[in-house]
Design a protein around this ligand. Structure first.
Ligand code: NAP
Length: 318
């Protein structure tokens, strides 16, 4: 039986990945900053909270990381923990950097010191590319991050690359574009739109307040994306992959589709609030995920309309 350690198991991706690995017969151990008080809501929603072991681990404390790795002897480590909100990273740049960059470095060091055959997946992000303007980015495209989050993820990417080359670790980064589910908190704009629109559908008189709705993103469905993480660690060589749908839509398109599916007129409910604009934001994120299709046989099947339909169903069933 293979053993996997998932940092950030209480988050969206951690919970879906844990479910996937349990289904594949893995022994799954997850970490949280404080296992005694961690929020198991996502694991409970997926009905797997009693099938995984949770360890307390502080990513920015090397002793804590080393202790958990030595104690559990995993075959694979998936590093999904860290401050994951771009918006919040402008308010908490240091915590964002420490969790995403120092945390990754501590894990790499723990692997190097204990068992260099442990395979390591690191959660990278499309935010590393910055504004892609009219370029469609692939695995060779340069990083030009425009947020503290993007900077931290870029630094972590190069650490993973360096440990692969310098110490021959099987360490990879998945450069994932946005992926959503009902497990996302409302701090994230897609969940905010879905949750607010569903409350309005159920009779609420509130308005949906958003910042810049002209931004464009590639949105996929989270359960498909965790499959790509696993596939990256099963590939015969360690390679970084872009994981995305390959389709880009504006936030405005997202809003219109949500209200259309709920048979509501979006213009009656949306207000644009300049206070919600970020200090700097990506206008456009366009991805070329063809390498993942070619080498991993991974491709997203859920595109925007179906994604929104899934998210609405999940929201209305809560
Ligand atoms: P998430 O739901 O926010 O989960 C991340 C987990 O990390 C949290 O459950 C939390 O667990 C832990 N955490 C939060 N803040 C932390 C901090 N300051 N220091 C240490 N740990 C912290 O994130 P996700 O959506 O599952 O994403 C997983 C990873 O993929 C993240 O690294 C994210 O940046 C990256 N990513 C996500 C997307 C996306 O669209 N979802 C796209 C690209 C990359 P505890 O509270 O239990 O400690």
């Amino acid at each position: 039986m293979k053993k996997a350690l998932i940092t950030g198991i209480t988050g969206q991706d951690g919970a879906y990945l844990a479910k996937l690995l349990l289904n594949k017969g893995y022994d799954v151990i997850g970490t949280s900053r404080d296992a005694a008080i961690s929020n198991l809501a996502n694991l409970k929603k997926l009905q797997i909270h009693d099938k995984v072991a949770i360890e307390t681990m502080s990513l920015d404390d090397f002793n804590s990381v080393l202790h958990v790795v030595v104690k559990n002897k995993p075959d694979e480590i998936y590093n999904l923990a860290g401050q994951s909100s771009v918006g919040l990273s402008f308010e908490q740049p240091l915590a964002t950097y420490e969790s995403n960059m120092i945390g990754t470095l501590n894990l790499l060091e723990a692997i190097r010191f204990t068992n260099s055959s442990i395979k390591f997946y690191n959660a990278g992000s499309s935010e590393c590319f910055g504004d892609t303007e009219n370029r469609i980015v692939n695995e060779q495209s340069p990083f030009m991050p425009v947020s503290p989050y993007g900077v931290a993820k870029s630094a972590a990417f190069w650490q993973v690359d360096n440990y692969r080359k310098a110490y021959k670790l099987f360490s990879v980064t998945g450069i994932l574009f946005n992926h959503e589910s009902g497990l996302r908190p409302e701090r994230f704009v897609t969940r905010k739109i879905i949750a607010t629109a569903c409350r309005i559908y159920n009779g609420s008189q509130e308005k949906l307040a958003l910042g810049d709705t002209s931004i464009k993103r590639d949105w996929g469905w989270a359960p498909e994306y965790v499959e790509a993480m696993w596939k990256m660690l099963q590939h015969h060589e360690p390679i970084d992959f872009i994981i995305a749908t390959g389709e880009t839509n504006s936030l405005q398109d997202f809003v219109v589709e949500v209200f259309n599916q709920l048979k509501l007129n979006w213009e009656d409910h949306l207000i644009v609030d300049k206070n919600l604009y970020r200090p700097s934001d990506l206008k456009l994120g366009q991805a070329d995920p063809r390498m993942a299709k070619k080498l991993l046989s991974w491709e997203s099947s859920v595109k925007l309309k179906e994604l929104i339909s899934i998210l609405i169903k999940e929201e209305l069933s809560v």
